[in-house]
Design a protein around this ligand. Structure first.
Ligand SMILES: *[C@@H]1O[C@H](CO)[C@@H](O)[C@H](O)[C@H]1NC(C)=O
Ligand SMILES: *[C@@H]1O[C@H](CO)[C@@H](O)[C@H](O)[C@H]1NC(C)=O
Ligand SMILES: *[C@@H]1O[C@H](CO)[C@@H](O)[C@H](O)[C@H]1NC(C)=O
Ligand SMILES: *[C@@H]1O[C@H](CO)[C@@H](O)[C@H](O)[C@H]1NC(C)=O
Ligand SMILES: *[C@@H]1O[C@H](CO)[C@@H](O)[C@H](O)[C@H]1NC(C)=O
Ligand SMILES: *[C@@H]1O[C@H](CO)[C@@H](O)[C@H](O)[C@H]1NC(C)=O
Ligand SMILES: [Cu+2]
Length: 227
């Protein structure tokens, strides 16, 4: 029953939109305007879905062969949807390469960023934004309006029900962006650069130790797992 609902959404998605968020549901059909920041040209309807306070799943139906995908959140009820201030700058899932389309893709547990935890509790409203940058160069936007709930996670106690909402269809998945796959060693790159500079006799303005320490920090951030 739920599966057939999902199948119907897949058909609807391929016929009428670039990507559709199925859990928690998006604002509606945004086919003609999905390239518009921040929510594909659709305003909030006032309808919201519950989403777990400790983080939860996002399921959507992509259409393209692949898309660089980022999941962001903005906390608040009536979020000002203008581009002068980007309230969607809280990243929940950093950009990854979502592969395959015309089926369901689901990340089962997206966590609340630690910096936002003090703001998140049952009853708080927020909007989750998915951005897909596709091969043609278009960025596509779609949003789901939510209310945080302490009991939403338990609603799917029965794994069979949950599995009809959160699953990956055949040939649909994701991988890290090519850069992180190659595991660039930034420390090594910096050392090479340093050696080149020293060989060229130029002055190195900050101490190598400071440079290495800050590189180690940024490397830790870059390599700390995403998916
Ligand atoms: C809100 O959701 C209800 C129930 O699904 C639906 O009947 C109604 O049309 C929705 N309202 C808007 C403005 O989309
Ligand atoms: C959250 O959204 C719901 C549904 O639109 C609304 O009834 C409620 O007043 C909002 N809560 C806050 C704190 O703004
Ligand atoms: C999904 O279906 C649409 C319409 O049939 C097609 O244009 C598109 O190439 C398909 N995408 C993938 C990834 O198969
Ligand atoms: C779907 O694929 C992604 C990427 O490999 C993975 O992180 C996620 O856990 C998968 N979803 C499910 C429900 O297994
Ligand atoms: C993203 O995935 C597609 C499909 O697997 C692949 O062709 C492409 O090279 C990948 N791009 C990057 C930057 O990882
Ligand atoms: C990166 O390169 C540095 C310097 O050569 C080396 O000490 C370190 O072990 C390398 N890190 C990884 C993860 O390979
Ligand atoms: Cu499209």
């Amino acid at each position: 029953m739920l599966r057939s609902l999902v199948a119907a959404v897949v058909l609807a998605a391929t016929a009428s939109a670039h990507f559709v968020i199925t859990y928690p549901p998006d604002r509606g059909n945004s086919y003609n305007t999905q390239f518009q920041f921040p929510c594909g040209g659709l305003e909030s309807t006032g309808n919201r879905s519950y989403w777990p306070t400790n983080g939860g799943a996002m399921a959507f139906v992509p259409l393209h062969d692949f898309a660089f995908t980022t999941i962001n959140i903005a906390i608040g009820d009536k979020i000002q949807e203008t581009t002068d201030v980007n309230r969607w700058n809280h990243i929940m899932v950093p950009t990854f390469n979502q592969t395959g389309g015309n089926g369901t893709f689901c990340l089962p547990l997206i966590k609340i960023p630690p910096s936002l935890k003090p703001l998140v509790k049952a009853g708080v409203n927020a909007t989750i934004q998915i951005v897909q940058l596709v091969a043609s160069g278009s960025a596509l936007y779609n949003c789901a309006d939510i209310t945080f709930s302490d009991t939403e996670a338990q609603r799917f106690g029965n794994p069979q029900i949950w599995n009809t909402i959160c699953f990956n269809s055949t040939n649909i998945g994701a991988n890290h962006l090519a850069n992180s796959e190659r595991q660039i060693n930034y420390t090594e790159l910096a050392l090479q650069e340093l050696n080149l500079k020293m060989a060229a006799g130029s002055h190195v303005s900050i101490g190598a130790t400071t440079l290495l320490a800050s590189l180690a920090v940024s490397m830790g951030v870059l390599l700390s797992g995403l998916l």
